[in-house]
Write a protein that binds this ligand. Structure first.
Ligand code: URA
Length: 249
């Protein structure tokens, strides 16, 4: 069959099959590990039409399952990657066995705890983690130091640290005394190490960081290491998508 010029981009098809994110699918293509109808694919611009077979490492993709989304309570001491070059334990090798292959919606640092969303659909992960989605990420933070609310209020207009521009940070001091304080911190973009870097800019060291909310989803009473599926109807409504729309039409 000739390569079609219409259809969906191949990286999107691979992401939807739950193999990896769209960006990682582009890497697989660059590494020559993806084939379309038996022929190695050389560009992520390749489109896949009805009836064509995409394979990764020689294995044809299976029909995508319906997209699913889970809340997971990440413990401290796990890295959010499928393969860690430093060999540290990963979130994915410590998940309950009943879970299918999943990807995470964004990342949390090795020592960060709390709410991490997981999905079997790389496209859904991408949509949820886009900073343009503007979803609030809320954290409870234990800090070394003696912060004041006045200090925190200055963060509301955003800060630039070492040339990196961070958006508004809403920080509320919960309690302070002795050498430590607790605060609630809300951000919208979720840049790399955002909370830690912003707090460091005030001379405060983050001793514990727990994500308690991601957009409309809450950590709630979910126990450490546990997962709970979010009903499709609920998250689809929040994302503004109808049923089954993530499957090819
Ligand atoms: N901000 C951080 O500094 N680390 C995280 O893991 C999440 C937000």
């Amino acid at each position: 069959m000739a390569e079609p010029s219409t259809g969906e981009r191949i990286a999107k098809i691979i992401a939807r099959a739950g193999i990896c994110s769209r960006r990682d699918a582009e890497k697989l293509i660059a590494e020559g590990r993806v084939a379309l109808d038996g022929k190695t694919v050389t560009t992520p611009a390749t489109k896949v039409g009805e009836g064509h077979v995409v394979a990764v490492d020689g294995k044809p993709l299976t029909e995508p399952e319906s997209a699913r989304l889970w809340r997971y309570h990440k413990p401290s001491g796990l890295v959010v990657t499928h393969k860690d070059p430093q060999g540290r334990p990963t979130v994915f090798t410590n998940l309950p066995k009943q879970l299918p292959r999943v990807v995470s919606v964004g990342r949390l640092d090795f020592n960060t705890e709390g709410l991490l969303l997981l999905t079997n659909d790389g496209e859904i992960a991408r949509r949820l983690e886009l900073p343009t989605g503007g979803w609030v990420r809320k954290y409870r933070v234990r800090l070394f130091g003696k912060p004041t609310q006045a200090q925190f209020d200055k963060l509301a207009e955003g800060v630039t640290i070492d040339g990196v521009k961070y958006g508004p940070v809403i920080a509320d001091l919960e309690r302070s005394g002795g050498t430590h304080a607790w605060a609630t911190v809300s951000i919208k973009e979720g840049k790399n190490r955002e909370v830690k870097r912003v707090m460091e800019s005030l001379g405060l060291k983050v001793a514990r960081l727990i994500r308690v909310q991601f957009g409309p989803f809450h950590l709630g009473q979910l126990a450490e290491g546990e997962v709970e599926e979010i009903p499709a109807k609920l998250w689809r409504e929040h994302l503004g998508i109808g049923r089954k729309k993530t499957k090819p039409e």
